[in-house]
Design a protein. Structure first.
Length: 131
C-alpha cells in the first residue's frame, strides 16, 4: 500500500494511515547502545556499594533484556514482536527502582564521605626532624 499524503483540505480516507507512527529504522541499534549503558550503570552500582545490590541486579536484568530484544529485532523482527509485552517488564521495575531510591533515600552518605577522603599517608623520611 503506497503511503498516504494528507493535506489539510483532504480528510484521511483510511483511519489506519492517519494514526500510524512511522518507525525509526535506527531504533534497534540505539537500544543496543542503551543496553550497554545500562549494563555499565549496573556494574557501577554493584561495585560502589552506595546503592542496594538488588537495584544493581535489576539493572543487569534490564540491560540484558534490552540487549536481547534489540538483537532479536535486528536479526528476526517477527520473533521480536512476540517478545514485546514480556521483554519490557524489567524496564519499569529496574529504572523505576533506581529513580525512586535516589529520590527518596539517596546514596549512603557515610560510605560516600569515607570513600572521598584520601587514604592516610605515612610521613616521608625527609619531613621528619633530625634527632
Amino acid at each position: 500500500m503506497p503511503p498516504t499524503i494528507l493535506t489539510p483540505s483532504q480528510p484521511p480516507n483510511d483511519h489506519r494511515a492517519a494514526t500510524e507512527i512511522p518507525r525509526n529504522p535506527g531504533h534497534p541499534l540505539y537500544t543496543v547502545f542503551f543496553s550497554l549503558d545500562l549494563l555499565c550503570l549496573a556494574y557501577l552500582v554493584l561495585r560502589s556499594r552506595l546503592l542496594p545490590r538488588a537495584i544493581g541486579v535489576l539493572l543487569v536484568i534490564d540491560g540484558l533484556a534490552y540487549l536481547i530484544y534489540s538483537f532479536t529485532h535486528i536479526l528476526t523482527p517477527g520473533v521480536a514482536a512476540g517478545l514485546v509485552p514480556w521483554i519490557q517488564l524489567p524496564a519499569p521495575v529496574a529504572e523505576g527502582a533506581l529513580s525512586l531510591w535516589l529520590l527518596v533515600r539517596g546514596v549512603n552518605t557515610r560510605r560516600w564521605t569515607t570513600r572521598a577522603d584520601p587514604a592516610p599517608r605515612a610521613p616521608s623520611p625527609s619531613a621528619q626532624a633530625p634527632t
